[in-house]
Design a protein around this ligand. Sequence first.
Ligand SMILES: C[S@@+](CC[C@H](N)C(=O)[O-])C[C@H]1O[C@@H](n2cnc3c(N)ncnc32)[C@H](O)[C@@H]1O
Length: 925
Amino acid sequence: MNAVEIEQAITDLAAKPFDAAEFPFAFLEAFGNKETTLRKLRKGESNKSDFAGPWGGVLQANNIHVAVAPAGEVTSTLAALKASPATSRWKAKFILATDGATFEAENLTADGETVACSYAEFPDHFGFFLALAGITTVKQVRESSFDIRATSRLNRLYVELLKDNPDWGTAERRPDMNHFMARLIFCFFAEDTDIFNGTGLFTATVEQMSARDSSNTHEVIGGIFHAMNTPIADRPNAGLPRWADAFPYVNGGLFSGSTEAPRFSRIARSYLLHIGQLKWTQINPDIFGSMIQAVADDEERGALGMHYTSVPNILKVLNPLFLDDLRAKLEEAGDNSRTLLNLRRRMARIRVFDPACGSGNFLVIAYKEMRAIEAEINRRRHEPELRSEIPLTNFRGIEIRDFPAEIARLALIIAEYQCDVLYRGQKEALAEFLPLDAQNWITCGNALRLDWLSLWPQERAGVKLNADDLFSTPLDQAQIDFENEVGETYICGNPPYLGSRNQTDEHRSDLAPLMNGKITNWKSLDYVAGWIVKAAAYLRATAGASALVTTNSICQGLSVPTLWPHVLCDGMEIFFAHRSFKWTNLAAHNAGVTVAIIGLAMNDRRSTKYIVDGDERRAVPHINPYLIPAPTVFVEPRREPPGQYPMLFGNMPRDGSHLSMDWADRRSLLNRAPEAAPFVFRYLGSEELINGQQRYCVWVSDSQEAEARSIPELQVRFDGVAAARQKSPAAATRAWASRSHRFVQVPGLGRRSTLALAGVSSETREYLPVTLLGVGNVVSNLAFVLYDAPLWNMALIASRIHLVWIATVCGKLETRYRYSNTLGWNTFPVPPLTEKNKADLTRCAEHILLAREAHFPATIADLYDPDAMPADLRAAHDANDETLERIYIGRRFRNDTERLEKLFEMYTKMTANDGAGKRKAKVSA
Ligand SMILES: C[S@@+](CC[C@H](N)C(=O)[O-])C[C@H]1O[C@@H](n2cnc3c(N)ncnc32)[C@H](O)[C@@H]1O
């Protein structure tokens, strides 16, 4: 069941007469429990409850312990459930008690969050219980039951209306449908907040004036909208029905244009009336916008809260961008009236711009935070009722989808009203609220195609805009301007991330004009790079700074030398960075992506720079594009390692799988042709190295070719290889058809030993799983190898510091570490090693090998499972890190940032003379 269905089910349950015996089962059913599960609970087979009340209790292991209480004994029943040994024994996450009049529950896992309400109101706490259906949410969503319920109901209405009006679901009419929904939301909010004359005016008018059979509902709503689009002065001649005349003039673009409404079925009409019953005063524009945008999305509808980005995460962007500075200035100003006034004036000219604004959550939070600062200024200046000088139109966004763009504007309007009520009082808020401001500050369009500078020119200019366009078509940007003296501009947001492989031709054509001729290999970059490039260009022309959430891949691997020389030039700097962290905004599938926040500004604008890493915030002199406090260098592939053993690719077969075989194949081959045995070797690629699978290959040197071909079983395989190579589209491979007895690329075989390392390794492992192999093993091109290298090389590769370097400079494949010899090994800075150092490191490597051996036959995957890594193996790695890190700096590094700082310092020195890494940024046009 999805969240919408659950909300419906518990709403229905609460509306039915209370049935004490049935309630626990009905409650569990509403959260998606299947009939078979309920049957077992009813029969007692799976009911673990030890509660001895009149109706007993129902305890579903690992989930909930529910009991119906005798009248008036809900609190004591809940206490009994909490104290019950079965509750803890069977790990109940929730306890719930009700007598049909009151309802109490506690979440035993989330800091003891509780709910206490009347029985009829328990569906209002719908978010509280979502975990029962396996839907994990952040606290703010759980606490915003209103927003979830409202969204859920709007969802149902939307679906129902599309059913009744299929034409409104077509691509051409979807914007009308979305626009209609935005108008409805406004009406629901307005009727509960006294913006309309009389509480519930909209819902009551629809209920009274439209027929019960719903036949004229659309006309009544259309009539109301018509009134809201008619200035009071024009009303006498507008022919409005008396009931519509009761509505104020709102327009503001929201009610301009066609006032047509879709047709309503009886069900749709009743949904609408139900939505009107909700208490819309409780709407939270930070959350609601994020949720409601899914309503218009066919794929995401039903998974409420999916797009919710928590306020703390948004503040991770906004605080360092400019809010911290404003608060510091407020602090400095104390009660100095003049300084406070200056600060207020400065704030009135600050523009906040989110060029991928979705439903406007960053803008709403920025607005609310600035209003809080302004209110404090006004309080200190003894002007608490002063009208806000912060124009809503300074909070601007671009959003490609029309519904979120509409919702963004609505969310800001609601935020403004709520701030006015909070800081100035209801009366003042109401007096100035209507009609809505007709200026557009959210542009529906493609941010990579729009010219931000002409969208937001720096010169002061007159307003030339046409309200009719505001909520429908994208504006001609040249027409948009504002009467607002220009101050600082802060670019913020969370633009879309799309790895190069997932980009469509359209995405690439968005990027092409920004990148062509400036950035070579730009097609390998993530889509988000377009926003970074545009933000940097914008900031070169304006006062301000930017802070964008991005996938951290653009600060890793080859993306760095590809993108950043073009961005960090002409004085552009990273003034703030929040290193990799999980952005858990997908509340429904709380998986989270790993992101970074990157702050950019021209170097004369930010004197202090700082890096945030986990909980630590550190002032630093410089931040490089790997987000390390070190000089800017670009790590690029090198042909040779600096003084280390060469690391090679394994051997590449291009054999159509005819030279390789599994264990059973090998046995059958050797049964039939025992003389083939000297030509069959153990064969290892990533899978075999990590998961211990057994594979073999035919390995024949040129001098042994005749002998091998004389064995018919081998000749058949060589014929297969030849045929496969002949079919290849690559001429180079076809040329190898005549030499079918061997692999096409043979960088080598270990004469004494081979250190082998899979090309890709899970990011959950704490170390790179390098393995020592004896003679008689062939490593495939899916792994890297050091042939006959001293064992202390293994200690280097198996160290934490090496993994950290690889993760940073080689980048990742999806989320896994991707190794590269030229980019990772050949660039890895190693201090000069004395013979003693080498002997110590050799011993460390031996200890790691012995610790692995002690757990035979555990595979590398088993041994390096982070939750099950054996203590002795972990200790061996720890000793290795200790030994190696002392060689680097005489002690252990405090954290990975410090490791990288040291490595970048060494890398800068190492490459100082050879030019690598010093590639100068090309100056952009
Ligand atoms: C990751 S969401 C962030 C939205 C919002 N700030 C949040 O946290 O939920 C990215 C937004 O960028 C929008 N978007 C994608 N491509 C765009 C483009 N080329 N121009 C403008 N907006 C775009 C998406 O529709 C989406 O709303």
